[in-house]
Design a protein around this ligand. Structure first.
Ligand code: PLP
Length: 394
């Protein structure tokens, strides 16, 4: 744009209201500030593995302080945190790394049909490798029943992988009850907690969790950083997926990205301080949103109140497909659960997985709220939805 070009029309100037926090969150300005101090020559940029100079030790200190911030949020010991590139890699390391390292003990893994793709596709890859997987069907509310899990456990089951909070529904699993079932059969419990940090209290000791996947960018940290919590006593053996300099106690090689790690640490410290207050405020915004839509007919809630986090609301709109509704919504950024192939639109496997009929699943939208959502955003979203639904139904 030249300096003399006219101002663009305000519609373009006004960014849509962002209601897709479950897909990713913006980086908190306090996190960005901490990261910026770990990039340039005047900051702490050195390789944390450099032992021969002060700059390297400072970087190592920054990494270790972030390791403690991450551990503190989940009640772990810092030595139990392994840095990864995100929760996807953490899920891969937990499932593949554990099943391969413990194949002599058994080859059976239990998970559910509505896990994140990072778990579903990894479990499928393990099946192709000769491991056996039992795919549990969740209840209609999106939770896995502990008694159903108990019935699926076998003598050769070594690992159970279930998520803390479902990314499409917000459904919360009862981790302590599930963990009791897993441990009664001497198996190991992995939890994908990418959607749970900052939304729910987590305590790996109290809840009996052996492996836990974490992500930076779902909780106001940067993308491209995550961690796997690996319980130390009794020691859990994992086979590395990435080989190199033997970083992270041999479990994950590669130069540690100091700025990303510092960002995730700061984000987790903020989640510890402010997560509960954020959630309380978001719950009232979520109620305001639902109250605003009350006048509209033919709306079904796919999220179950009482057993799900308030920051995720999944709704279906009778007689309107999700893609058309998405197009008609001019002022809000939300997500459909469906996957678009060139030939057809497939409904979300999570919605069909909890028994939502295919036709209704195709009309679903996921609204997710976060730290920077305000009342004005909710009111704009309600007005936009009312207008779009009325227009499409006419
Ligand atoms: C976002 C997400 C992931 C993937 O995390 P990345 O850090 O983006 O790799 C895994 N599991 C769940 C439940 C998620 O919501």
């Amino acid at each position: 744009m030249t300096p003399h070009s006219p101002r663009p029309p305000s519609r373009i100037m006004n960014a849509p209201v962002y209601l897709d926090y479950a897909a990713t969150t913006p980086v908190d300005p306090r996190v960005a500030e901490a990261m910026s101090r770990h990039l340039g020559l005047d900051g702490i940029f050195a390789n944390p593995a450099s032992r021969s100079h002060m700059a390297g030790w400072q970087a190592e200190q920054a990494v270790e302080s972030a390791r403690r911030q991450v551990a503190d949020l989940i009640g772990a010991d810092p030595r139990e945190i392994v840095w990864t590139s995100g929760a996807t890699e953490a899920d891969n390391l937990a499932l593949i790394g554990f099943m391969r390292a413990n194949r002599a003990r058994g080859r059976h893994l239990v998970t559910s049909t509505i896990e994140h793709k990072a778990v579903v596709d990894t479990a499928r890859a393990l099946e192709a490798e000769g491991f056996e997987v039992t795919w549990l069907e969740p209840q209609h509310d999106g939770r896995v029943s502990p008694s159903k899990l108990a019935a699926a456990m076998r003598d050769d089951t070594t690992l159970v992988s279930l998520m803390a909070v479902n990314n499409e529904l917000g459904a919360i699993n009862d981790l302590a009850a599930l963990s009791a079932v897993v441990h009664a059969r001497d198996a190991v419990f992995h939890v994908d907690a990418a959607q749970a940090t900052g939304r729910l209290p987590l305590d790996v000791v109290e809840q009996g969790i052996d492996l836990m996947s974490l992500s930076g960018h779902k909780v106001y940290g940067p993308k491209g950083i995550g961690a796997l919590y690996v319980k130390r006593s009794p020691d859990i053996r994992l086979e590395a997926l990435i080989h190199g300099g033997g970083h992270e106690r041999g479990m994950r090689s590669g130069t540690l990205p100091t700025h990303q790690i510092v960002g995730m640490g700061e984000a987790f410290a903020l989640a510890a301080d402010e997560g509960a207050a954020d959630q309380a405020r978001i719950e009232s915004l979520s109620n305001r949103f639902l109250a605003g839509l009350q006048g509209l007919e033919g709306i079904h809630r796919n999220t179950d109140t009482g057993v799900s986090v308030p920051n995720i609301v999944n709704l279906s709109f009778d007689g309107i497909d999700g893609e058309s509704l998405l197009m008609a919504l001019r002022g809000i950024a939300v997500s459909t659960g469906s996957a678009c192939n060139s030939a057809s639109v497939e409904p979300s496997y999570v919605l069909t997985g909890i028994g939502v009929p295919r036709a209704r699943a195709l009309t679903a939208l996921r609204f997710s709220f976060g730290r920077f959502t305000g009342e004005a955003d909710i009111d704009a979203a309600v007005a936009d939805l009312q207008h779009a639904v009325a227009t499409l139904r006419r």
